[in-house]
Every structure is written in C-alpha cells, then in structure tokens.
Design a protein around this ligand. Structure first.
Ligand code: HEC
Length: 114
C-alpha cells in the first residue's frame, strides 16, 4: 500500500470512529510498537507467539465476529495460552493491564487486517 492509500485508510477509519476495521491504521501500529507486541510477534513468521498473519487467517480476518474480537482483546489484556500451544509449545502471552479495552480491540482489528 502506498503512502497515499495509508493516509486514506487511516482517515477512513478515524471518520468511522473505530467501528470499522483498523486496516493498516498507522496510529494503532505505532501504539503496538510502543507496547511490547513486536517483541513476541512478527507480521509473517512465528517468534514467541504466532505471526499476525497466522492469527488473521485463523479468525477469518476482517470477517471475524464481534465475539471473536472481544475474546482476543481479553486475551491481550489478561494474557494466557491454549489457542496456539501446537505452534508455541505452550508459551503464554503476558497480560497487558496498562491497555484499555478500546486499545486492545483496536490492536485486534489491526492484527486481523494483516
Ligand atoms: C511475551 C510474549 C508476548 C507478548 C509481549 C505479546 N504476545 Fe500476543 N501472544 C503470545 C503468545 C505466546 C500467544 C499464543 C497464546 C495462545 O496459545 O493462546 C499470543 C497470542 C496473541 C493473539 C492471538 C490470541 C488467541 O487466543 O488466538 C493476539 C491477537 C496477540 N497475541 C496480540 C498481541 C498484541 C496486540 C500484543 C501487544 C499488546 C501482544 N500480543 C504481546 C506472546 C506474546
């Protein structure tokens, strides 16, 4: 995606005040970079956790239900393992109590858009 499209996508997401998916939203990616998400996750290959593309594929990307988005946001907030044990050998994700539910959901939507 070129810069013009990125700016357009970000503007489109902002104008829908967070109800639409956050595809490529640079503000959300920036928030994830400031947190520790990219320490354990990469876009297209497993690190400690599954790649963002694997997560998006498993949960049907932008077509994921609201319940799935809520479940994944809870997982980010509270941490835990179980859904990816075959890929990770049972490593848990650390909890992120410093994030709000809205921030965690925005991150989930960013991940699902990959
Ligand atoms: C300490 C390493 C670590 C950090 C830091 C981390 N994760 Fe994870 N993440 C994992 C592991 C391991 C899993 C697999 C958990 C499982 O098996 O259910 C995972 C799973 C996930 C999933 C899929 C959850 C599921 O149940 O399918 C999402 C989405 C996710 N992480 C997003 C994030 C975001 C966003 C951040 C930053 C706020 C983050 N992760 C930070 C290790 C990490």
């Amino acid at each position: 995606m070129n810069t013009k499209n990125l700016v357009f996508a970000a503007a489109a997401v902002l104008s829908l005040s967070g109800t639409a998916n956050a595809a490529g939203n640079p503000a959300v990616k920036n928030m994830m970079e400031k947190s520790d998400c990219f320490t354990c996750h990469a876009l297209d290959h497993k690190l400690v956790g599954p790649s963002y593309q694997e997560v998006a594929a498993r949960y049907h990307g932008n077509k994921a239900s609201a319940a799935t988005v809520t479940m994944l946001a809870e997982k980010i907030l509270k941490g835990g393992n179980g859904n990816w044990n075959q890929e990770t050998g049972g490593m848990p994700m650390t909890p992120h109590p410093q994030l709000t539910v809205a921030q965690a959901k925005a991150m989930v939507k960013w991940v699902l858009a990959q």
